[in-house]
Design a binder for this molecule. Structure first.
Ligand SMILES: *[C@@H]1O[C@H](CO)[C@@H](O)[C@H](O)[C@H]1NC(C)=O
Ligand SMILES: *[C@@H]1O[C@H](CO)[C@@H](O)[C@H](O)[C@H]1NC(C)=O
Ligand SMILES: *[C@@H]1O[C@H](CO)[C@@H](O)[C@H](O)[C@H]1NC(C)=O
Ligand SMILES: *[C@@H]1O[C@H](CO)[C@@H](O)[C@H](O)[C@H]1NC(C)=O
Ligand SMILES: *[C@@H]1O[C@H](CO)[C@@H](O)[C@H](O)[C@H]1NC(C)=O
Ligand SMILES: *[C@@H]1O[C@H](CO)[C@@H](O)[C@H](O)[C@H]1NC(C)=O
Ligand SMILES: *[C@@H]1O[C@H](CO)[C@@H](O)[C@H](O)[C@H]1NC(C)=O
Length: 663
């Protein structure tokens, strides 16, 4: 090739490869931004958080909610507890029975108050997953008596205000379950009748269809619904949702193990839920992974706080990815119309407060480093690229932008999250960035952002091998005993003021009717505790079967399951019955019997049960005397699992002086 041509070729290639792609940001506005949120519940995902000692508990809350510190969330969505299993446990309702009302149960009230304390502007959302049995009049369906359901949900909202001064901003219908248009209209009517016309309705926390079709066809329904909320939309929406002119949200998303791929998933969907699907809010299931890791979807939270016994917690990458958007925007800002995909892969969004502030968030996550738990992700390419943004209109006068960067580093494992770099000078209305893959950038006129930090928490440690709870030392705001994770039924602190004996303060299972369930709760109640790896342990507990003549209670070891699979839980279960018998089974249903016999037990009398398992054999004691021994468990009982307590049906029963000795 002649040398002059070679030179031209080289010059051309240099120009070609070093050229930068151009993007224009101007004043044309897109949709209103509603904020980034976290979801506590659905279910019991914050269960262990409340049991953290200070100052660690407050530190975790700061990383989640404190403005200009960490995730600085704009939205907190919580489960309206329904006494039923909703993924990682049950959450108590404010109305166990029709004539019962209590707005201090569980931890969601406390969590909303802590969030508000840090960010008075935080948006609050409530959504039921399940309902107490009386709402369905015994049917596993909440719409047969829609007025009862609507009043029940509205009472949660009025109770939030009356008991805690909390204003709930949005309420949903029935999580990931069928909706009923008549019920949604009645819910709107009931809210309005109670002076709650400001409370907006999200529907239907499931797929885009059929709710978008119904909203398009039914004016009255359309008037009742403020937001169409879809779950795990894979960043896309449907034509009918756009035609409805409704606000569109990804009202539950993420649910991905919170390692760096989880962080990458979160970075990609936070941008692309708007770029591809016009969704103006994205809410993470879940807020914080504060449940036993061996329950379903372990660590699918923005950060991890699953060890109240050690106080260890981990600020995972999704916290800092959230900060890239939340610390530089507020709900009520507008997206610009000029948002989109970058030519070599990745995406950018731009937002403004319409008073001169501008925030641009860029992500270049590659396919394999941003896969979410669902839906499957189609292949796509991302390569390094140079991008030039041109600021037009009212943004043309901006002279510099703050620059914050995260870099996932899957090769050398040396990632950088939410690092402040030197501001970018805008020359002649534009700036250029050299983007590598798997990076996130924020450029903004907002100068208040900070990477909050506390000293490292104590190191991770296993659940203590010696554990005791006499339920006498109370943690007043909470109704549950520390570290117990209810998987069917609700186990609450109980105080018997007429009892002069040793059992004044106890733990009591209080759900007496099968709830309107979300998944298949067991027919028995059960609360698990401890270390999933435990093999050889002794579990001891005082138990009281109340009232019923055919009731029973159990203590258990090596319990292998919770969550939606709780019906098929295996373990070693030691039951005593009010009819004077006992039974040892390897399943929660009490059907696979290892040994059984007479115990002389009856209702309304306290007994001390003790269960020991070591290797392949087990023994059981009643009131300190051997009741059965050498039950062979080999091949029948799981090799390891949690300890547990429970009842044979939805019946009241009490527990006291619980203790564990693990080897
Ligand atoms: C980006 O621009 C730099 C010069 O600033 C150049 O060295 C580099 O090759 C360019 N990268 C790409 C992918 O074009
Ligand atoms: C709350 O919102 C108001 C009005 O938008 C704003 O002035 C204030 O700074 C916000 N407070 C916090 C803590 O974000
Ligand atoms: C500034 O930008 C305009 C168009 O964006 C261009 O015509 C002009 O040459 C640029 N001036 C300089 C000094 O780069
Ligand atoms: C409370 O204690 C009294 C006196 O011991 C007893 O008769 C009663 O059954 C107890 N009530 C409950 C609900 O445990
Ligand atoms: C059981 O707990 C009660 C208090 O609830 C206490 O008075 C009693 O001593 C405990 N019994 C044992 C054996 O620990
Ligand atoms: C077990 O002890 C309780 C008192 O704690 C007593 O009322 C009960 O009769 C005892 N039962 C047996 C079978 O010994
Ligand atoms: C449990 O006990 C058996 C029998 O003594 C023993 O083989 C096994 O190693 C023990 N497991 C643990 C975790 O200590």
């Amino acid at each position: 090739m002649p040398s002059s041509l070679t030179l031209v070729y080289v010059m051309f290639m240099c120009f070609y490869f070093s050229r930068s792609d151009d993007y224009v940001l101007d004043d044309k506005l897109g949709r209103t931004f509603d904020g980034i949120g976290g979801l506590s519940g659905g279910g019991a995902t914050s269960r262990l958080l409340v049991n953290y000692a200070e100052p660690y508990r407050s530190q975790i809350l700061d990383y989640l909610f404190k403005p200009n510190f960490g995730a600085s969330l704009h939205i907190l969505k919580v489960e309206i507890g329904g006494d039923a299993q909703t993924t990682d446990g049950t959450e108590p309702t404010h109305m166990h029975y029709e004539n019962d009302e209590n707005y201090f149960r569980g931890y969601e009230w406390w969590l909303m108050l802590e969030a508000k304390k840090r960010n008075p502007n935080i948006t609050l959302i409530g959504l039921p997953w399940a309902f107490p049995g009386w709402v369905g009049h015994g049917e596993n369906w909440p719409y047969d008596f829609p007025d009862i359901t609507a009043n029940y949900v509205v009472s949660w909202i009025t109770g939030a205000k009356r008991s805690h001064g909390l204003d709930i901003d949005y309420v949903g219908v029935w999580n990931e379950r069928p909706f009923d248009s008549k019920y949604i209209k009645l819910l709107r009517y009931t809210l309005d009748k109670n002076g709650l016309d400001k409370v907006k309705i999200i529907a239907s926390d499931n797929l885009w269809e059929p709710i978008a079709f119904y909203v398009l066809q039914d004016e009255e329904l359309s008037a009742a619904v403020d937001v169409i909320g879809a779950h795990y939309p894979g960043t896309t929406t449907i034509k009918e949702a756009l035609e409805s002119d409704k606000t569109l949200w990804s009202s539950e998303d993420y649910s991905t193990f919170n390692d760096e791929v989880g962080g990458g998933c979160w970075a990609r969907i936070l941008n692309q839920n708007y770029v591809n699907g016009m969704m103006t809010s994205t809410i993470s299931w879940n807020l914080v992974a504060s449940y036993y890791e061996n329950l379903p979807f372990g660590r699918d939270g923005l950060m991890t706080a699953e060890e109240p016994w050690s106080s260890n917690y981990v600020v995972e990458s999704p916290i800092w990815i959230t900060a890239h958007t939340t610390q530089f925007t507020q709900p009520g800002w507008s997206y610009l119309q000029t948002v989109g995909h970058l030519n070599k892969g990745g995406s950018y969004v731009a937002l403004t407060d319409r008073k001169g502030q501008l925030t641009v968030v860029i992500e270049t996550m590659t396919h394999d480093h941003s896969v979410c738990i669902r839906p499957p992700l189609e292949p796509f390419e991302v390569t390094p690229q140079n991008v030039t943004f041109h600021l037009k209109g009212s943004f043309a006068s901006i002279s510099q932008l703050q620059l914050w960067k995260s870099r996932f580093d899957f090769k050398t494992k040396n990632p950088v999250f939410f690092q402040k770099l030197d501001p970018v000078k805008i020359s002649n209305g534009s700036f250029t960035l050299n983007l590598d893959v798997d990076e996130v950038y924020t450029l903004s006129t907002i100068t208040t952002a900070q990477r909050g930090a506390y000293p490292d928490p104590p190191p991770s440690a296993a659940f203590p091998k010696l554990y005791k709870d006499d339920f006498n030392v109370r943690n007043p705001p909470f109704t549950e005993a520390p570290d117990f994770a209810d998987q069917t039924g609700v186990f609450e602190y109980f105080m018997n003021l007429t009892d002069p004996g040793p059992h004044v303060f106890t733990l009591r299972q209080v759900v007496t009717q099968r709830p309107v369930t979300w998944v298949a709760d067991a027919d028995q109640t059960i609360s698990v505790i401890g270390d999933y790896s435990w093999q050889n342990i002794t579990v001891t507990c005082d138990v009281l079967i109340e009232k019923t003549k055919n009731g029973a209670v159990f203590i258990a070891a090596r319990v292998d399951k919770g969550g939606g699979d709780v019906r098929t839980t295996k373990g070693l279960f030691f039951w005593v019955y009010a009819d004077g018998t006992y039974k040892v089974t390897s399943d929660i249903q009490g059907t696979t019997i290892l040994t059984e016999g007479k115990s002389g037990t009856s209702s309304d009398i306290w007994y001390t049960l003790s269960l020991s398992i070591k290797g392949d054999t087990a023994t059981g004691m009643l009131n300190g005397s051997l009741l059965w021994k050498s039950a062979v468990v080999s091949g029948k009982v799981p090799k390891n699992g949690w300890a547990a307590i429970g009842t044979s049906s939805f019946e009241v029963a009490q527990f006291d002086n619980f203790s564990i000795e693990a080897e």
